[in-house]
Write a protein that binds this ligand. Structure first.
Ligand code: MN
Length: 250
């Protein structure tokens, strides 16, 4: 492992005091790096839009087909295209997505990469934690942690819906594993997320996120964001969230 890669990996190992779950990967040039696991591929530039794992109409009636098509094929695709364009002449071009997120600052020079790397990561996570006919609640260690860290599933639902409702303008609400390895509900504006330690106050590893930009719900719900949030709660892929929880706990 050369010095540069070592320094890069060392930077990845801490997020505040939190340890990221890492897996060994190789990029296209054959260089080793480590990336978050599981199920969140961490390719390098040029980034690509993955297809949805379910049909555009699979979440009807909670999320309509047209919203899914526009959201995935236009909005998410746009973040990917703009991220690649922003990285073209950046020294961050060679880094996997997770490292880019941890490296971006709130400086004006990083704005395009911050917004579009966030947009790409956030939507990848969003599609991954959605599923038609999701279980009504988590099981196992995640369920236990929701009880011990957040006082229970009902309290979590209230807190998550509240955080999502209160995002002013566009943004996201998250369930994260924080630096103390505890679950916490947080929110961030625009396409920021809790991995961006150079940008946001509350850092951690997101295991569930809800997009509350109007493009996520406006066709079906107009101004009734709360109804969209309530519907989203029934679409959560709790097995995936539990897998992300396990990985985040190391
Ligand atoms: Mn969106």
């Amino acid at each position: 492992m050369n010095r540069r890669i070592f320094a890069r990996n060392a930077g990845l190992l801490t997020l505040g005091a939190a340890t990221l779950p890492l897996i060994a990967c190789k990029n296209k040039e054959g260089n080793s790096f480590e990336a978050e696991s599981p199920a969140m591929p961490q390719p390098v530039f040029p980034f690509e839009l993955a297809p949805l794992s379910f049909a555009y109409n699979a979440l009807v009636p909670i999320i309509d087909e047209q919203t899914m098509m526009i959201h995935h094929d236009k909005h998410h695709a746009g973040y990917v295209t703009k991220l690649n364009a922003a990285l073209e002449n950046s020294e961050m071009k060679s880094l996997p997505l997770l490292e880019i997120l941890q490296k971006v600052s709130d400086s004006e020079a990083d704005t395009a990469i911050r917004n579009n790397a966030g947009g790409h990561f956030n939507h990848q996570l969003f599609w991954e934690v959605l599923t038609p006919g999701g279980k009504s609640m988590p099981e196992g260690k995640l369920a236990e942690a929701i009880t011990s860290d957040l006082t229970g599933f009902d309290a979590f639902k209230t807190s998550f819906a509240d955080a999502a409702s209160k995002v002013f303008g566009s943004g996201w609400a998250w369930l994260i594993v924080n630096a103390d390895k505890k679950l916490e509900v947080v929110a961030s504006p625009n396409q920021d997320n809790p991995l961006m330690s150079g940008v946001v106050e509350k850092t951690g590893i997101p295991i569930l996120g809800i997009d509350v930009w109007e493009h996520a719900y406006y066709l079906n719900y107009q101004n009734k964001r709360k109804d969209y949030i309530d519907g989203f709660m029934g679409l959560i892929n709790w097995d995936m969230v539990a897998a992300r929880y396990t990985a985040a706990m190391g």
